[in-house]
Design a protein around this ligand. Sequence first.
Ligand code: AHR
Length: 519
Amino acid sequence: MVKRPGGRGATPGDGDPGGCRIIIDPEFRVGEVDPRLFGSFIEHLGRAVYTGIYEPDHPDADDQGFRRDVLGLVRQLGVPIVRYPGGNFVSAYDWLDGVGPRDARPKRLDLAWHTLETNQVGTDDFCEWARRAGTEVMMAANLGTAGVDSARNLVEYCNHPGGSRYSDLRIANGRTEPHAIKTWCLGNEMDGPWQVGHKNAAEYGALASNAAKAMKAVDRTIELIACGSSGAQMSTYGTWETTVLDHCYDDVDYLSLHTYFFPSSDDPGSFLAQNVEMDDFIRSVASMCDTVRARKRSKKRVHLSFDEWNVWRMTDGDFAVMGGEDWPEAPPLYEQPYTLEDAVAVGLMAITLLRNADRVKIGCLAQLVNTIAPITTVAGGPAHRQTIFYPYLHVSRYGRGTALDVQVRSPHYECAKFGAVPLLDAVAVNDEEHDSLTLFAVNRSIGAMLPVEGDVRGVPGYQVLEHLVLEHEDRLAQNTAEHPDTVVPHRLGDAALAGGRLTASLPPLSWNVIRMARG
Ligand code: AHR
């Protein structure tokens, strides 16, 4: 049934949409959720680092200058891994600028964002921050202006125990123990003409192969991510992936994907349907990896690292910083407050990642603090949770175990960009270790409640523990420093499960987490 056929500007399902039927069965396995699937990202961009994670003058700063309030929120999120230091920033970054005594570190022009980088936070500091935040580091090497030598030296600096030039430099800088970084990015978005040191696919593929060989020669336990396309809209998309992998398939473990949803105030229906395209993107890139695998008659499978994904609102102010004459230090960049609608879109993206957990092993919500982020700080003041904090929190906490393909029969709505789109999107995760099951579900309808009936098989005796809901009567409601709790989840959802039959009403435009376990 297609509800409210409409073009541009149609809102999904204002009328009575009718009900949905779903089937959840622990046998409908997609795959194990890699613990790194809901990682995040801190780039030297805007105020992510300075006055974000690091603010030595802040009243709540710890002995290393890290904001304790931010550390607390990151720990609450349970972020498993954080990509660092970029992003576009890494492509002109010399990691040696950021180690050693702080007062001897140079100030450098950051060519990616037209700002001044003070280097007061660098590799050792970030690894220490990550340790305090209870997370792992995913380190990116510069394959833009730098190359094989810088990358292999950085691996030696971070991972070699001692007795060599760069490991001894780390020790001299006060870090006796190696940082033991397992996951490494071979540059960032090297297909993008905006990237400093941008390369074509053959050039990048050959460089990635050589850098990978040298980095693994230093530490054969590391895992490497080659750059895929910066997005499916790139003109080189498709040929980039296969050409790069033709060169480096045997040397790498993952290929990256990036996607941002850009909100459109006059077409929320299409905005909320973008994860349909994200699903397709993932499946297509997985096929590209498998095409090269077949061509090479390889036994190895290259998996996917979705290491940048989020909703991104840009403003003229952001463009003004990058187009300006001056080189400001840590200016606010990309700090637009998120809405409820954005949070629902982030939930939809997370559902897509879980639905593809057999191929997507690593994911990074881009980013973590201040810049396109779930956590926002006031310099010298408090930190607060954006609306998108909550779906990210929920999937990070409860999206662990085995992802299950939920069979969904839902009414559809019609949108300008994607045609007929289901009002309901859902995925489930079976946590065998804790004998529990979680359904993540979104009602895309802006105007109507969606009744759901479910057949929950193979888990006799299960009941609903809680039904968390993120909703608001105003789809554009935001959390701000003055009103940090305007959009927060509640536990008043009505989901019930008895005798394997699940019933729930999903409020209009809502993110739902239905947790089930043995009663
Ligand atoms: O996350 C912000 C930027 O988006 C990153 O630096 C870049 O990789 C992407 O284009």
